[in-house]
Write a protein that binds this ligand. Structure first.
Ligand code: NAD
Length: 477
């Protein structure tokens, strides 16, 4: 059994990512020096800066790690969390490299961290912290549309990305591609439709694809298809909320939701939007009238009856202590590193499967790539060809109606004729990416009986891809 990604909040996470890498590397044929280059973090920038608070100052710890330059720019979110540390940022940067490779996004991996609990700061203070963080990156050439492109992660979102874009543009007057320095921006600031929900949508597509393979479901004792599958989601933030929402849209039944204040459960299904609104107005998912059971200890929520568990909060949530109690047959990792190596081994021994983070939550970086392309081309997807497409479709419909003597209803006609919007193009590109990548991983998993997890299969694929990039680049000087 492979030792997979663990994520203690102390200093094991990067070592575990490397251990997983080493385990997968034995199924490849590359030179040890090349493998060492692929797994090492190329640049680790640790810095501290002051902000004004009250009548005094506070010093903030921060990081930016660029894991691999086999492709440029590097890419990865910025985590705002009081738990963040250098080891964690290095591990997450490495995962970004592997994530980009598995979904064929031409970026190297990077990650940032700011050691604060955003809830303890005013909006003005958060803006100051974000802008100063950006300036520190600019000073060291750690940000730019062709250098390193941050995005949202745990504790950050569109608002912070907007501040970063504005700071970068202000410090680089006249730079034509300045808005490509960061993704996950608000739409009005050159963001892209579909980015906010992209990671969760990708998680839902990954889940749907996994459960659609009849042969694999038979081994788990499940029927194929997402329809009616019972699902528990941990975390009702960006990734968790949208994962739950799209899984429900696809026909899944969200039976449990776990947040840090507790968990709720109803075997007949929970209305995700209603739970979200309840939490927004009361500050907690507890007390939701549609729940049949609730748990003050959030961890108990993970252990309730279901087919699929989607951890979408933080690392280190399924450990050797609770793995045996998890009733789900499938874990789809919305978060980065939610399952420890020991837990993964226990879960596979029980006959379950895990759709690994480096693939399952790659929808965010996929759509970030689309946003970056939009920023560099300075035009929204679909703007140039939409009307042309509509006219072509209209001509075709008129011709078919003329030949057959049939006529479509106005609704049918409008649906067929309509050109694709930016959102439709983004969602279609995302869906295509997730489906292709899942089958690429599964084929490697099926082809070699010694490859015992989907995670190892995914890592074998990425090692081979990155190795080819490095071999093509050569070594300079
Ligand atoms: P977020 O800050 O929007 O949401 C996280 C949610 O998890 C919050 O609602 C928080 O209250 C909840 N939470 C925290 N600890 C918990 C616990 N112990 N039990 C239950 N819930 C808990 O963050 P996010 O952007 O949704 O990121 C979640 C995970 O997904 C992280 O691991 C992140 O690295 C990963 N991820 C995010 C993106 C993205 O596009 N945002 C992309 C890929 C991966």
């Amino acid at each position: 059994m492979a030792t997979i990604i663990s994520a203690d909040n102390d200093t094991h996470f990067f070592a575990d990512v490397c251990k997983n890498f080493d385990y997968a590397a034995q199924f490849t044929q590359h030179n040890p020096g090349l493998l060492d280059q692929i797994k090492s973090c190329n640049s680790v920038y640790r810095f501290r800066f002051p902000i004004r608070r009250g009548n005094g100052f506070e010093v903030i710890d921060a990081w930016r790690v660029e894991h691999s330059h086999h492709q440029s720019p590097t890419k990865g979110g910025i985590r705002y969390s009081e738990m963040v540390n250098e080891d964690e940022v290095m591990a997450l940067a490495a995962l970004m490299t592997y994530k980009c490779a598995i979904v064929n996004v031409p970026f190297g991996g990077a990650k940032g961290g700011i050691k604060i609990n955003p809830k303890n700061y005013t909006v003005q203070e958060l803006e100051n912290i974000t802008r100063r963080y950006t300036v520190e990156l600019i000073k060291k050439n750690f940000i730019g549309p062709s250098i390193d492109v941050p995005a949202p992660d745990y504790g950050s979102g569109e608002r912070e990305m907007g501040w970063i874009a504005d700071t970068y543009a202000t410090m680089n007057p006249g730079q034509l591609d300045a808005m490509g320095c960061v993704t996950g921006k608000p739409i009005a600031l050159h963001g892209i439709h579909g980015r906010r929900e992209a990671t969760g949508r990708g998680v839902a597509i990954a889940t749907r694809e996994c459960v659609s393979v009849a042969e694999d479901m038979a081994k788990l004792g499940l029927t194929p298809g997402i329809e009616g599958k019972k699902i528990i989601v941990q975390g009702l933030g960006n990734v968790g909320y949208y994962s739950a929402k799209f899984l429900a849209d696809f026909g899944g039944l969200i039976v449990g939701i776990c947040e840090f204040e507790g968990a709720i459960y109803n075997e007949d299904g929970l209305d995700v939007e209603a739970v979200f609104q309840h939490r927004k107005s009361t500050g907690s998912i507890l007390g939701f009238s549609g729940a049949k059971k609730e748990f003050k200890n959030s961890g108990e929520g993970l252990e309730q009856q279901c087919d699929i568990l989607v951890p979408a909060a933080l690392e280190n949530q399924i450990t050797k202590d609770n793995a045996a109690s998890i009733k789900a047959k499938i874990i789809v990792e919305g978060a980065n590193g939610p399952t420890t190596p020991e837990a993964e081994a226990i879960f596979y021994q029980k006959g379950g499967i895990i759709v690994p983070d480096l693939f399952a939550n790659a929808g965010g970086v996929t759509v970030s790539y689309f946003e970056w392309l939009k920023n560099l081309s300075h035009v929204a997807f679909g703007r140039i060809n939409r009307r042309f497409e509509e006219n072509s479709n209209l001509n075709l419909v008129n011709m078919v109606e003329g030949i057959t003597g049939l006529s479509l209803t106005p609704l049918q006609r409008a649906t067929i004729v309509k050109g694709a919007s930016e959102l439709e193009l983004v969602n279609s590109g995302l869906e295509d990416t997730m489906i292709r990548s899942y089958h690429e991983i599964r084929e490697i998993y099926k082809a070699n009986p010694k490859i015992d997890t989907l995670r190892t299969a995914a890592l074998v694929a990425v090692i081979n891809k990155i190795a080819i990039s490095y071999q093509n680049l050569g070594v300079w000087p």
